[in-house]
Design a protein around this ligand. Structure first.
Ligand code: COA
Length: 171
């Protein structure tokens, strides 16, 4: 009882990751809408999660005063020896606290264990936080897609249309 009144313990928070499940579709959509416009709805998420070659992780914040609050997720598809980040998002109020990095590192770990050779992704050329994260993890630019974000979702408040294709060797 006394330990629960300890301010340090009350403030303590941690981020836990677990594999995504179909029941997470609504939560995933709620997180996605904080980063993309238009965002993917629960049906889109369900359609992807039901594919046998799609997996992902949900990041959940937990602590003495917070019980399992979902704060981010990553969705990945693999085919043969290559995998692709379909999307990654962290809630606006949780960004910059290492959640995106945790999700990417866990993804790389799983791909390594699954003997996947390469991970690719597309990122808005103006998305500084994502570019910073990917470069730190060893991703390098391997292509450019002009006009990509006129056909796909774009980050909220960003009008840029060019996507960089980036790749990282997993093994
Ligand atoms: C991209 C995104 C997933 C990153 O998640 P995050 O939890 O904020 O990232 P992290 O806290 O793990 O930060 C990773 C690195 O990026 C850096 N970073 C974070 N925000 C940054 C910013 N605005 N500018 C520059 N670097 C930034 C961090 O400092 C950290 O580097 P460090 O370890 O050297 O400090 C998150 O910003 C997001 O959801 N954005 C909206 C959706 C999106 O753009 N998804 C990516 C599409 S490709």
């Amino acid at each position: 009882m006394i330990s629960f009144l300890n301010p340090a313990r009350l403030m303590h928070r941690e981020i836990l990751l677990r594999p995504l499940e179909e029941q997470d579709c609504v939560v995933m959509s709620d997180i996605h809408v904080t980063g993309f416009d238009p965002a993917w709805g629960p049906e889109d998420m369900m359609g992807l999660l039901r594919q046998s070659n799609v997996f992902g992780f949900l990041a959940v914040e937990t602590g003495a005063l917070i019980r399992h609050r979902p704060v981010g997720f990553v969705l990945v598809r693999h085919a043969a020896d290559e995998a692709e980040i379909l999307t990654i998002a962290v809630t606006s109020q949780t960004r910059g606290r290492g959640v995106g990095r945790k999700l990417m590192v866990e993804t790389l770990r799983k791909l390594y264990a699954d003997r996947i050779d390469r991970l690719i992704l597309e990122v808005d050329e103006n998305n500084q936080s994502a570019l910073h994260l990917y470069r730190q993890l060893g991703f390098e630019q391997v292509g450019v897609r002009k006009g990509y974000y006129t056909h796909a979702e774009k980050r909220k408040g960003v009008s840029g249309g060019t996507a960089l294709v980036m790749a990282c060797n997993v093994r």
